[in-house]
Design a protein around this ligand. Structure first.
Ligand SMILES: NC(=O)c1ccc[n+]([C@@H]2O[C@H](COP(=O)([O-])OP(=O)(O)OC[C@H]3O[C@@H](n4cnc5c(N)ncnc54)[C@H](OP(=O)(O)O)[C@@H]3O)[C@@H](O)[C@H]2O)c1
Length: 333
């Protein structure tokens, strides 16, 4: 089964976020990571997400290992626009036309492929009008190097300006039970323009699954400096997890256990129907077993009462979702 995301791009109903296959949320083993990727594709999760900046290129090189024998099975998404090293916090945005061309050539080389199915602008460069960036991305489509264009963390008005230059298949921004700011204007605008939505960090960077103990986060885990994971906020935010865990308990039976991760993903999948646009979350995991668990969300139906309890949980969240608000859509709205 596939979903028409936008601009005719057909993807699996759940994607796979590859970011943590190179270390950001603790260590990652390349052999296990490749096995997890292969398991995802075997299980029907064929929409694979990476970026040039993940692992400073090593993430795309890992995805290339998957693509070696399976390029035709995969809808490949990558991104450009964050230069520097997110793991050390030394980051900058860059999206001028020369950098667009240079980044695409480097990604195609690392991915060892002829074409990228979905090429995203990772972050808006305030020094470059979005029309110029998207214009350069459109040239890549004309040259056959890219099939569809996407934008990450854009505002509604930036999206409106971009679609005047070239069709946009998808917006990718953080969206989950505890990150709902995109619902104010980006999501309705995407729905009106026929642009699909790819929620990133749909499990709240793991927090919504109830398995993250912030005092045990590894040295170098980027969550250690995120406002919602720091002391004070993280304990308060357990109230959100409690709602997710309670709903999972209600849906579980003696025959089958429903997990908090499945509830978090099912809530997002329900938003597509509620708000009238294709919604394809991209949960990430290093472990093959969690692929099967997360896929279980597709067949899970939440009642109106459960949806509304989860809706309200967001009101209790402490801390903003980003340590650099101007980098994300709500910071520029
Ligand atoms: N556009 C952007 O700016 C941007 C920003 C962030 C992320 N992204 C994309 O979005 C993808 C997903 O986001 P994310 O990785 O930040 O967060 P996420 O998918 O919300 O959560 C990932 C975390 O959840 C854990 N996890 C996954 N499935 C689980 C399950 N069933 N039960 C318990 N824990 C589970 C994983 O741990 P294990 O590995 O131990 O399973 C991992 O630490 C990324 O991989 C990346 O491709 C994009």
């Amino acid at each position: 089964m596939t979903i028409d995301l936008g601009d005719g791009l057909q993807v699996s109903p759940l994607g796979f976020g590859g970011m943590a296959l190179t270390p950001v949320y603790g260590p990652a083993d390349p052999v296990e990571s490749l096995a997890t990727l292969n398991h995802a594709v075997d299980a029907g999760i064929t929409f694979i997400d990476t970026a040039n900046v993940y692992g400073m290129g090593a993430n795309e090189e890992l995805i290339a290992e998957l693509l070696k024998d399976r390029r035709e099975e995969v809808q490949l998404a990558t991104k450009f626009g964050i230069a520097g090293n997110p793991a050390t916090g030394e980051r900058e945005v860059r999206a001028d036309p020369a950098y667009v061309r240079e980044s695409a050539a480097a990604s195609l080389k690392r991915l060892n492929t002829e074409v990228i199915d979905l090429y995203y602008l990772h972050r808006l460069d305030p020094r470059v009008p979005i029309e110029e960036t998207v214009g350069a991305m459109a040239e890549l489509v004309q040259e056959g190097k890219v099939r569809h264009l996407g934008l990450s963390e854009v505002t509604a008005s930036e999206l409106e300006r971009a679609v005047k230059v070239h069709p946009i298949a998808a917006v990718q921004s953080e969206w989950s039970i505890w990150s709902r700011d995109v619902e104010r204007s980006v999501v309705p605008t995407a729905a009106r323009l026929g642009v699909g939505f790819v929620p990133y960090s749909p499990l709240g960077r793991g927090f919504l699954t109830g398995t993250v103990n912030s005092s045990e986060l590894a040295e170098g885990d980027i969550r250690r400096r995120m406002p919602r994971f720091v002391d004070g906020a993280v304990d308060a935010n357990q109230t959100v997890v409690e709602v997710v865990v309670r709903v999972a308990g209600e849906l579980s039976s003696t025959e089958a256990t429903v997990t908090p991760a499945q509830v978090a993903l099912a809530w997002l999948l329900a938003q597509g129907g509620r708000l009238g646009l294709p919604v394809v979350p991209i949960p990430g995991t290093r472990r093959a077993s969690r692929i099967d668990e997360n896929l279980g969300a597709i067949s899970l139906t939440l009642s109106d009462t459960q949806l509304s309890a989860l809706d309200q949980a967001a009101e209790a969240v402490v801390g903003s979702r980003s340590d650099t608000p101007s980098w994300v859509s709500y910071g520029r709205e």
